[in-house]
Design a binder for this molecule. Structure first.
Ligand code: ATP
Ligand code: MG
Length: 359
């Protein structure tokens, strides 16, 4: 499901605001502090019960108000979503008047955000990339979440035994770790292969339109599994027994996985400029969004805050044609109005909003 309209009350700087999201792509533009990030954040909160910026949901309540309220509508299914957050109370989420958990919400209305942290995806710690990868699979595949929970439950117990120095007890969890872990690894690997195919297709089309996009082609993007895949997870766990016992923690396994982006043997983070890194992150997130939509019959909304920061005019031109390849909702923001009338010719289902004029 995807939102066609969203109404806000007492959300950050807005007393009350109604936002039309019925177009495939929507751009919110306006000066600093006009509320662009707040609009994107409200969509993310409505589809995940969390913010992409802060863990303090109370700070999203408009100063002086007691609670914020978000109502979102899906015209296709007739579903109505309601999110309420009052001071000192937990967030309350209802779909068609029935209370839902956050897991149910993220599966019903999936959304992914590309924000300042995602821009420099390759500069972040492996844990960040792993989380991004897992969040997509978690939302899309119930099998994946079963294995994910199974793996991390066993890992926690194995680590507790290692803390007590009890190797025999720690090893008792290995069969479960291997069973869930090998499957996690395969699902992650499959996701990367499939997303890479879509990414390559998009980049090849972009390169035909703008030579500058060539820098994004021929990249090696692959999963580093976190264990020796040739010998398998069981053998890897056994070979690190002594290290694990010394460090009192499991040092090998899918919880150590990473996704690597390389160009001709060098890591992207070491060679790409900031603008190039940002556009690569956008293209990768878009490709993942398309894959999840196609393979799992989802309509994930993609949110991108502050498109043009770090990008020069030519890089922006490079990005422009990607709007044609987007298959799900895409909501993005920018300080200045972008592309003039050019974009309207290329993309019929595109709408621009001047945020100051919405208030
Ligand atoms: N809880 C709140 N109550 C009232 N106003 C708030 C609250 N939280 C944030 N604001 C204000 O909301 C305004 C909009 O913030 P927002 O981050 O959405 O702006 P923006 O358009 O994204 O700006 P920028 O271009 O600088 O990123 C800011 O002036 C901010 O100070
Ligand atoms: Mg902002």
């Amino acid at each position: 499901m995807a939102f066609s309209k969203i109404d806000l009350r007492n959300f950050r700087c807005f007393d009350s605001l109604s936002i039309d999201l019925s177009c495939k792509s929507s751009l919110f533009h306006g000066k600093n502090g006009c509320g662009k990030t707040s609009i994107l954040e409200s969509i993310y909160v409505a589809s995940s019960g969390r913010s992409f910026r802060t863990s303090n949901l109370e700070s999203l309540i408009k100063k002086g108000a007691e609670a914020f309220n978000i109502r979102a509508y899906d015209d296709n299914t007739g579903s109505i979503l309601e999110v309420n957050k009052a001071k000192t109370k937990p967030i309350n989420i209802k779909i068609n008047n029935s209370k839902v958990t956050i897991s149910e919400l993220v599966r019903a209305f999936p959304s992914f955000s590309i924000d300042s942290k995602t821009f420099f995806y390759n500069d972040n710690a492996p844990e960040y990339r792993r989380k991004q990868l897992d969040r997509g699979l978690f939302i899309a595949s119930p099998d994946y979440s079963k294995d994910w929970f199974g793996y991390f439950r066993s890992l926690k117990q194995r680590n507790s035994a290692l803390k007590l120095g009890d190797m025999a007890q720690a090893k008792a969890y290995d069969p479960l770790l291997v069973d869930h872990g090998e499957r996690l690894n395969l699902l992650r690997e499959n996701l990367i292969t499939e997303v890479k195919e879509i990414y390559d297709e998009i980049v090849s089309k972009l390169t035909q339109e703008n030579k500058r996009a060539d820098i994004f082609s021929d990249l090696d993007i692959y999963l580093k599994p976190g264990f020796n895949q040739q010998t398998g997870l069981m053998e890897s766990l056994t070979s690190t027994n002594n290290i694990d016992l010394k460090r009192k923690i499991t040092t090998t396994g899918p919880h150590k996985a990473d996704i690597l982006f390389e160009s001709k043997g060098s890591l992207i983070k070491d060679i790409f400029s900031r603008g190039e890194q940002k556009l690569l992150s956008i293209l990768w997130s878009l490709s993942q969004n398309i894959y999840l939509g196609r393979a799992f019959n989802l309509s994930p909304i993609l949110l991108l805050d502050d498109l043009s920061s770090e990008l020069d005019t030519e890089m922006l031109e490079c990005f422009l044609p990607t709007l044609k390849y987007i298959e799900n909702r895409f909501v993005f923001s920018n300080i200045v109005d972008l592309f003039g009338s050019k974009i309207n010719d290329q993309e019929q289902s595109f709408k621009k909003f001047h945020v100051e004029q919405l208030k």
